[in-house]
Design a protein around this ligand. Structure first.
Ligand code: FES
Length: 112
């Protein structure tokens, strides 16, 4: 049996302050939930159902993430952030070991 390890990601908040987050990979978390666990402000009104876009982030590292599903793409489009480079919904990104070292910024829509 192998021990799941934490990953480390770097979040830049809306005041341009960087936060290093250690996130367990064995709790089936998505990135929005991981941000909340660290008590950082992210609006995330719909609670992770791809219905609000208030968990919008921009990936700034060169990680290759899974393609977005239709719901995520439609919501980013509706919120006028689909064309922003690296724009994703944090609630639709499952935490897994391949995200180690990920860097991202909170989008303006996350402001409470
Ligand atoms: S929390 Fe609503 S779309 Fe992610």
């Amino acid at each position: 049996m192998s021990l799941a390890k934490d990953i480390q990601v770097t979040l830049t908040d809306l005041e341009s302050k960087k936060h290093i987050l250690l996130i367990p990979t064995d709790m089936n978390l998505n990135l929005m939930e991981a941000i909340r666990i660290h008590e950082l402000p992210i609006k995330a009104t719909c609670g992770g159902m791809a219905l609000c876009a208030s968990c919008n982030i921009r990936i700034t590292s060169s990680h290759k993430l899974p393609e977005m599903n239709e719901e995520e793409e439609a919501m980013l489009d509706e919120a006028f952030v689909l064309d922003e480079k690296g724009s994703r919904l944090a609630c639709q990104i499952k935490v897994n070991p391949t995200l180690d070292g990920l860097e991202f910024e909170l989008g303006e829509l996350t402001r409470s």
